[in-house]
Design a protein around this ligand. Structure first.
Ligand code: ADP
Ligand code: ZN
Length: 712
């Protein structure tokens, strides 16, 4: 029987991976797997991809593929397998996953591009002598790399894990015993997946760099994932200094030509290392041997729009399929990853000390309530008396200070005390934030802007509007008033909009042209500033108040990361944390007890409440312009799901929560309701998907599924 191309097409309500057979016209001989094509579908022409070849069901009349898009397939077989895995895991239609993973378009006129420039190097990378902990960690990773390189499955069929021969050989050559028992299947993940838990400043980057060099020397490529915002240029510069122009950096500011060239370089194997944020996980590697996920707990690895994937999970899958080593690194591992290490899924490597015996900073937790009760000058507002004194001391000594507040703008709430009106976004159920530098009100969810009105829109009173709460701009204004001599710089989304501004600000901070750097979580990440001896956290509780089961974890992570910025140089640092909940375990453990202690308490809470990593969580959202319609549809959907879950064989513990309005009910003119499924979903996932997929037909509401949802 003849085999014909199977094509998945971009039609939203079809079963998630439904394929259609087409005829390949004569002028398309050798049509390959992964090729993008245009095909007739009903009365239309739609885009699709060739995902297989098989005999069509009897009796159907095949139509012809109209044309092929591009001069080569979009995907190799490995990437197609990855797409199928994602479609299954994230309960998402395959064509939309393929669209997400699509390679950059070939520019009309391809030019050669010089690699994008990096920033000033801050003391790196020398030929450092690794300390004992770094050496031990590196040895284990290298042993796995060597084993993987020797015994890689030829084409990644199935799990594609390196076999036993390679493992034993590696154990013999490196002198490290890898666990290898007869009962354990050889595809067991353990020895090939690592969690490098190293406190901030313990020298993880150095371990990544050496591991990458080893992978390269074994002829294999390296994917180095970094959190979104800004780490890319810095990491790129370090790696390029060490490894030359085989290193490519993937980021949002690349031109179309640069994107195309980078993908091509990776595909052809000319480029050996790709550094980038989550979307780099889809690069068409030829011979991937190592995937590093730096700051693996970072929320930016989770795409917050459809398709909702998590780059760490995708990376793990790719590593498995390629026989590549997976190296997750963090000072504050995610609960998921640390649990994986506890349960033997990852091998835990630890860095517990800073090189050259640099001391960890001293931490002072300041109870903001007590400061208030003590009746200190209210002008101190968010910078309390103790912290203000410490800042003054640093200014005197010409040392640098970082202040952290995760709240942009001048004031988060604008209201009228006469009529009680709070100014809200026209499109979202969210208060508008006053921005003093531009004199306008902004919605931080949809970017809606309006000028600050002179009269209250509610009662019409002139000049009645007041500002409630403090954002970064207000703190900046106050600091300038108190310390007129100090050189103060704000670092947030608003001051770094222009290309190059972020690097410029960090550069001048490194050169000590700034005394106080005041910023959002941008200041918390990865940078190394030897001149900083004081870090102040102005309001440690912001994340804690969010209605999210990850709120405590986020609070811990942010505090630990920010605190890690102090005392990187010769002078020991101090961290001041201002909070209304000084006894809360996320604050106590971040400041004093450390990660294992935090983990023990938090994992207990997750277990008793059944949240991940205990049990799965799926969030289904229904959104639409008419709230009644949204409510009606979400209730129907919830009933259908409940019926599905209640079936007699469904004896597993699955709970259906809701339907309920989303925490932010209205967003960009759409009302959103949600249903959550929680528990051991296991084999029922595909039924759940099919059930939801049926609801997508003939409806004007938007239905989205998030597996392992993040945020609100
Ligand atoms: P992390 O990524 O774990 O927060 P980094 O990799 O940024 O830490 O390292 C912190 C600092 O320690 C850097 O300045 C780095 O150059 C330095 N460092 C790392 N390893 C060593 C070493 N073995 N000897 C001396 N200095 C080191
Ligand atoms: Zn809005």
């Amino acid at each position: 029987m003849d085999e014909y191309p199977e094509v998945v097409v971009e039609i939203s309500h079809l079963r998630h991976d439904q394929v259609f057979h087409y005829l390949a016209p004569e002028e398309m001989p050798g049509l390959e797997l992964g090729t993008r094509v245009l095909v007739p579908f009903g009365k239309k022409t739609v885009q699709g991809w060739v995902v297989g070849f098989s005999a069509p069901p009897p009796g159907v009349t095949l139509r012809s593929i109209e044309s092929v898009v591009g001069d080569k397939p979009d995907f190799n077989p490995e990437l197609l397998r990855l797409a199928r895995w994602m479609a299954d895991y994230y309960l998402h239609p395959l064509p939309e996953i393929l669209k997400l993973m699509s390679p950059p378009e070939k520019p009309v006129r391809a030019r050669k591009h010089a690699p994008a420039g990096g920033m000033t190097l801050t003391g790196r990378p020398g030929r450092l002598v690794l300390n004992t902990e770094q050496t031990v960690a590196l040895r284990e990773i290298e042993a796995a790399l060597r084993a993987g390189g020797d015994a890689r499955a030829p084409n990644g069929e199935g799990a594609g894990y390196p076999g036993g021969a390679g493992q034993q050989e590696a154990a013999a050559t490196s002198g490290i015993a890898l666990p290898l028992s007869a009962e354990r299947p050889l595809v067991a993940a353990g020895p090939w997946q690592f969690l490098l838990h190293g406190i901030t400043g313990s020298g993880k980057t150095e371990v990544y760099l050496r591991a990458a060099m080893t992978a390269l020397s074994l002829g294999r490529q390296v994917l180095y994932l970094v959190p979104e915002i800004v780490l890319t240029p810095q990491a790129g510069a370090w790696f390029r200094a060490a490894l030359g122009d085989r290193v490519a950096v993937w980021h949002s500011r690349l031109s179309r030509g640069e994107r195309y060239e980078t993908w091509e370089g990776i595909r052809q194997g000319v480029l050996s290392i790709l550094i980038g944020p989550r979307s780099a996980v889809f690069a068409p590697f030829k011979n991937l041997g190592l995937i590093i996920v730096d700051e693996e707990q970072d929320a930016s690895y989770k795409q917050q729009e459809s398709p909702y994937y998590h780059a760490r999970q995708v990376a793990a899958q790719r590593a498995r399929d390629n026989g590549a080593v997976l190296l997750l690194g963090s000072a504050t591992p995610s609960l998921e990853s640390y649990t994986g290490a506890r349960d033997g899924q990852y091998r835990l490597l630890r860095l517990t000390r800073r090189p050259q015996g640099r001391r960890l900073p001293r931490v002072t937790v300041v109870d903001q309530k007590q400061e208030h009760d003590a009746g200190h000058d209210v002008r101190f507002n968010l910078v309390g008396q103790y912290l203000a004194g410490q800042i003054a001391l640093r200014l005197q000594r010409r040392e640098q200070t970082i202040l952290f507040l995760n709240r942009r703008g001048y004031s988060p709430i604008v209201f009228c005390p006469l009529c009680g009106l709070v100014l809200k976004c026209e499109r979202c159920s969210i208060s508008l934030v006053y921005h003093r530098t531009t004199g306008d009100l902004r919605c931080h969810y949809c970017n809606f802007k309006r000028p600050l009105p002179e009269r209250c829109p509610g009662c019409g009173a002139a000049g009645s509007l007041r500002f409630l709460g403090t954002g970064l701009q207000r703190v900046e204004q106050m600091l300038r008033r108190f310390y007129p001599q100090a050189r103060i710089q704000r670092l947030d989304f608003d001051t770094t909009r222009r290309k190059g501004e972020f690097d410029r600000i960090l550069d001048s901070f490194v050169k000590r042209e700034i005394d106080i750097l005041l910023g959002t979580q941008m200041v918390a990440k990865g940078h190394d500033f030897p001149g900083v001896t004081l870090v102040g956290v102005l309001d440690a509780d912001i994340a804690l108040k969010l209605p999210d089961y990850r709120a405590t974890e986020r609070t811990y992570q942010l505090l630990a990361q920010v605190a890690g910025r102090a005392g990187r140089g010769r002078v020991p640092g101090e961290v001041v944390v201002q909070t209304y909940f000084p006894d809360h375990y996320s604050i106590q453990t971040a400041c004093f007890a450390g990660y294992p202690s935090f983990y023990r308490q938090e994992i207990g809470n997750r277990e008793s409440s059944g949240y991940p990593p205990y049990g799965e969580l799926i969030r289904i959202r229904v959104a639409g312009e008419r709230e009644q319609q949204v409510e009606r549809r979400v209730k129907e959907l919830a009933e259908a799901l409940a019926a599905l879950l209640l079936r007699p064989e469904g004896t597993r513990q699955v709970r259906l929560l809701g339907p309920a309005p989303a925490p932010v009910l209205r967003l960009q003119d759409l009302y959103r309701w949600q249903v959550m499924l929680k528990g051991e979903l296991g084999g029922q996932k595909s039924e759940i998907r099919d059930c939801i997929q049926r609801f997508k037909k003939n409806t004007s509401v938007i239905i989205s599924i998030e597996v392992d949802p993040y945020g609100l």
